[in-house]
Each structure stands twice: as C-alpha cells, then as structure tokens.
Ligand binder design. Sequence first.
Ligand SMILES: Cc1cc2nc3c(=O)[nH]c(=O)nc-3n(C[C@H](O)[C@H](O)[C@H](O)COP(=O)(O)OP(=O)(O)OC[C@H]3O[C@@H](n4cnc5c(N)ncnc54)[C@H](O)[C@@H]3O)c2cc1C
Length: 253
Amino acid sequence: MDAARTHVWKPLLHQLAAGSFDTHAEEIEYLAQARWNHFKFRLGSLVGVDRQQKTLQLAASYDEAGREITPAQQLSYDTLVIAVGSQTNDFGTPGAAEHTIKLDSPQAAKRFNDRLINACIRAQTVPRIAGSGRLTVAIVGGGATGVELAAELHAAARVLASYGFDHIHPEKDLQIVLVEASPRLLVQLPERLSEAAMRELRKLAIEVHTNEKVVEVTADGLKMASGKVVSSSITVWAAGVKAADFYAPSEQV
Ligand SMILES: Cc1cc2nc3c(=O)[nH]c(=O)nc-3n(C[C@H](O)[C@H](O)[C@H](O)COP(=O)(O)OP(=O)(O)OC[C@H]3O[C@@H](n4cnc5c(N)ncnc54)[C@H](O)[C@@H]3O)c2cc1C
C-alpha cells in the first residue's frame, strides 16, 4: 500500500524541482506494477497498527477537489513491513516550517518549480523588481540533496532562459546560495570529495557558506548564527531527515 498512487524515485526530486525532469514520463503507477508483478496494491495512508489483532488502518484518500477516492479501510496482515521513508527535519528552526520548501515529495518539488518560474515571470513583468537585481534561491543544507539541487538549478537556468524573458536573464540573474552548518559540504563523504564538490560549485558561481548554521528563516530570506543575512525569493530546506511523525512513542505503531 502507499499514500500516493504513483512513485517518483526520490533521488530525482531535485531534477523535478529544477524543471529538467518529466514526472509523467518517469513516474511508476503502482496499479500497473501490481498487475505486472502479481501483487495487490491498496491506496491509502497508514495511520494505525494493531499488533495484537494484526490489523492496520488506512485513512480515506481524496482527489484535489476533495472527492473521496477510497474510504478508510482496515486490512489484516501476517507479516508487516513498514518502509515509509524519512521526512525532512528542520529542527524546529524559527520560520522554517512556514517559509521553506522541503523536497520530500513530487508535489513539493513541483511547487518549487512553479515558484521559480513565477518568480521569473514576476521579475519580467514588474520592471521595479527586474531592475532591482537577482532572483536568489537559498538552499539550507550542503548534503547530497542541497548540493545536487544547487548544481541542477544552475543547469535549469538555461532552460528558463529559453522561455524568452527579455527583462531578466535567468542564466545571469539567478543567484544560488548554499548554506551548510558543518565545516565542509557532503560531510558524510571523504574530504577530497567535499573539496571537489566545492570547486565545482564555485565554478558555477554558486555562493557557498560553510560553518554557518541557519537560525531563522523569514518570507524574505534567512539569517545565520554569525549574523549574516541572505535575501532570497525561494528558500529550500534540505538540512536533515527524521522518522515519520507517527513513529512517536505515544502512537500504537
Ligand atoms: C533530492 C534527493 C536526492 C537524493 N539523492 C540520493 C542519492 O543520490 N543516493 C542515495 O542513495 N539516496 C539519495 N537520496 C535519498 C533517497 O531518496 C532515500 O534514502 C530513499 O528514497 C529512501 O527509500 P525508501 O524506500 O526508504 O523511502 P521513499 O523512497 O521515501 O518511499 C517511501 C514511500 O512511502 C510512502 N508513504 C509515506 N508515508 C506513508 C504512509 N503513512 N502510508 C503509506 N505510505 C506512505 C511514500 O508515498 C513513498 O512512496 C536523495 C533524496 C532526495 C530527496
């Protein structure tokens, strides 16, 4: 079972966010997979497990118009495997929940892409903004997701340039800022790879801040512990993961 009807492989979400990936061509339809591979698929979000009775509860699912697709269901199991992935962790940083996009789902990646294109259209249409300088995308977190997104966005600027904006030039006017709390990028990887990634990002004119913890996010940008401030049109939070909320000890799961 899955909360979504289709699956997009998460390591491709940064490409979806940047607009260089077509979900309709690449996403996997669970129903078709089930038919081809001889298993049953049930649509619905897991909301409860009764381990004594060996049953689980799925919430009702709805379409964008709020119409019910499937009602709440109870299913029985012999062996249960839970593989619901992780969620982005903003560590309760003030403003992060309200003012950042987290690349947790295809919907969030698409939302980012819409905001990027809309920001370009706004800058194109309102000369005051167009004249005021660059569109800045700030990315919090210099792990694999943040680094890949920064590099992919640089490539995406070329695609945006082909939209034919004449007041802005996305290749020149899209500024990407990456902020990492550790002393180096890709801290899980060997140091030489962090250095290579840093060199490549700098070649792409991406502004990288290491050793800088983000302490607050607002609608207009972010603030670092050192007091430095970055103004941004869009801020992405890619600085950590945590388990799904329903694993909390008070729940039955
Ligand atoms: C931008 C980005 C780039 C990445 N790049 C890499 C990389 O290069 N290499 C790498 O190894 N890893 C990468 N990762 C991490 C990798 O995507 C994850 O580690 C991997 O997807 C985890 O797989 P999973 O099957 O555990 O969870 P997921 O792929 O997250 O799948 C979980 C599934 O559970 C479903 N679900 C969630 N909650 C419920 C619920 N309550 N009820 C029912 N269904 C539910 C979701 O709809 C989803 O289909 C990247 C992640 C991102 C976001």
